[in-house]
Design a protein around this ligand. Sequence first.
Ligand SMILES: [Zn+2]
Length: 102
Amino acid sequence: MPDADPPPFVPDVTLDLVDAGWWLELRCACGRMTQVPHRLLARAHGPRARVPGLLARFRCRTCGGPPVSAEWIDNPAGGAPGSGYPPKRRVPLRLPPSAPPH
Ligand SMILES: [Zn+2]
């Protein structure tokens, strides 16, 4: 799908308003990238958990730092050569002010 498409949902809301098939992709200043399935977040925090609150609590498993970028992606394997999956769609999230880059 073209990039000009509007996002399918408002990204920084509660988990129940985000499509359950999507994944949260977080990047740290140290270079670590973490992908967490929506279903896992909803099971751990409940469907009414607000996404900005989850981002504020996330810490990198390598260095302990907060995320420097966060996006919803529709398919972690999308666009990989030979995978047969369509390219990923991405919905960027604004990081909460309580999780500044360092
Ligand atoms: Zn890190």
